[in-house]
Design a binder for this molecule. Sequence first.
Ligand code: GH3
Ligand code: MG
Ligand code: MG
Ligand code: MG
Length: 323
Amino acid sequence: RAITSLEIGMQAPERTAVADTGKGGRILLVDDRQSSYERLASLLAAEHTVDVEPNPTEALFHAAEGNYDLLIVSLDLNNFDGLRLCSQARSLERTRHVPILAIADPENSTRLLRGLEIGVNDYLLRPIDKTELLARARTQIRRRRYTDHLRDNVQNSIEMAITDTLTGLHNRRYMESHLATLAEQAATRGKPLALMILDIDYFKSINDNYGHDAGDDVLREFAVRVRKSIRGIDLACRYGGEEFVIVMPETDLHVAGMVAERLRRSIAGEPFAIHKGTKRIEVTISIGLTTLEQKGEAVTDVLKRADTALYRAKHDGRNRVVS
Ligand code: GH3
Ligand code: MG
Ligand code: MG
Ligand code: MG
């Protein structure tokens, strides 16, 4: 039977409601007693997708890889220690946020207490009542989804606050809040720190000749090339319109000079695609380079020195590195 578009359209609100109530989750059931897991799985299957794994070591692996909403762990396993799984799941980054619902016989209630200390979220005593099992599973899944949602939001807000949206590089605020720390670290560890300001030459005329969108294309591609030529510990930010700053920890003037020169050549040597790749234009940059000079030097002075060097690079004819 063909599914009509009307039916598909009508599924959407229902699915949202399902997510809100904690129904329809993915559950990993860890139990090695067949009569027990068969019953539990069939009860849970009324609302959820259930995988059964008798071996806790395997279960831990699945839990880390499988994107489960809930672990249900029997603490009266025949051959294994379910508590060990609970404690490992709590300490692993990949499984830390997956809720655990423990199940035990009443005579194993001391294990349950131990489980709660380890970080089990909730428990049920046998014999298991269907309504109660489903209600507790739902509650854990709902809470998991809600906290995931909050965590995503927080993560997004942080990223948005520190990222330049056009280029994906860090923004000026982030660089300024980190530069002092990097400078301090360099000073206390007796390591050098290099900083360069990069400015696209005659960028205004790119905008004037080819349009603002073409200018944006250049900025984006420029960021890609910057990212390719720096290390993970280097900090690259968009400092202003077509001005960028790169901070390189543990890098002296000589090495930073080579990096700057390589970057300058990677820009000047390969034309930039604009207008959806239909046209290519030559772009050059000027770079002002300096290093942290003495312990306790104000980062604003370092920036000022780099800016002065940049001014000289422009004055001397652009498309060059000056330190
Ligand atoms: P110089 O070689 O001396 O650096 O010349 P310039 O033209 O690059 O310098 P100027 O500072 O005069 O011009 C920078 C231009 O960058 C002006 C501004 O309109 C443009 N600009 C700033 N932000 C953006 C942006 O996000 N997108 C685009 N397309 N242009 C921008
Ligand atoms: Mg410029
Ligand atoms: Mg300028
Ligand atoms: Mg400028």
